[in-house]
Design a protein around this ligand. Sequence first.
Ligand SMILES: Nc1nc2c(c(=O)[nH]1)N[C@@H](CN(C=O)c1ccc(C(=O)N[C@@H](CCC(=O)O)C(=O)O)cc1)CN2
Length: 310
Amino acid sequence: MSMLFPEKSSEPASQIVDGKIIDGKGIARALTDQVGREVAKFVEQGNTIPGLAVVLVGNDPASEVYVKNKAIQTHRVGMRSFMHMLPQSTSQDELLDLIAQLNANPKIHGILVQLPLPAQIDPVAVTNAIAPHKDVDGLGEVNAGRLSLGIDGIVPCTPLGCLMLLKSVHEDMTGKHAVVIGASNLVGKPMAQLLLKENCTVTVAHIHTRNTKELAREADILVVATGKSGLVRGDWIKPGATVIDVGITRVPAENGKTRLVGDVVFDEALPVAGHITPVPGGVGPMTIACLLHNTLQAARATQAVADASS
Ligand SMILES: Nc1nc2c(c(=O)[nH]1)N[C@@H](CN(C=O)c1ccc(C(=O)N[C@@H](CCC(=O)O)C(=O)O)cc1)CN2
């Protein structure tokens, strides 16, 4: 069974998807359960329990929630979790020292440094310091290079999750015009590479693009990853298009509390789109499920190297 996509449920994809709304939470749960079964089998075969180290620098409240959830899910699938919480004042050299220790630790198969990092630390230097076979975020130059060459490697979690959501509604994306809004190393650039690999015609719009709305209106597949809540309105969407909303922003709610919204105005987009991901419950849960998937993939690869040399 390929580990890249969740095992097929007995239900057809059209029933997994609740009408137009792509059920990211449900698809993430199916993938997490599958990883849990595969981890149990891997350990039963006498292999080391896969271990994931997550490093958080500082006390950004959203990042604290994400790393806590990562630890909970890591335990849930039967892997070992190693958490490193460092103060906001941590220097780049201190962080690089910790990464060197994690690279050398045989109990650790995956290393993730939570982003964003404080201003004194260069995220590219940090992600490049992670050993490529432990780079479960897929953000280092080796894995990013492999993705751009279309060869196997570790794929960044959020774009991988978006691809799985797209595959839940599209058997074949060949020839479709995919527009990605946002060109970050974390989402936009790897997403564009994945869509190219699916034989889409890919356009990337970014902060300097002058006609983003017009480009979006031509998209059969629209992936929005800008962090600008409410950027994409209903009239930006081609009727029937598939819309993947990566944005997650906490905004004040009418009841005095807060709520999460995406980069797409969901109520306007829903009647126009063919399929759309909600926020919350869309791309977000896939990010953690794909991290677990990538960690098992890293543990398998490490074991294969050990088996070959014994
Ligand atoms: N090193 C990395 N840093 C960051 C990544 C990443 O992939 N690697 N991605 C994001 C944050 N992120 C994971 O780290 C993440 C974001 C959102 C969710 C999620 O489950 N969201 C829920 C809502 C959760 C809530 O109530 O706040 C949803 O959308 O339904 C998980 C992980 C930036 N940093």
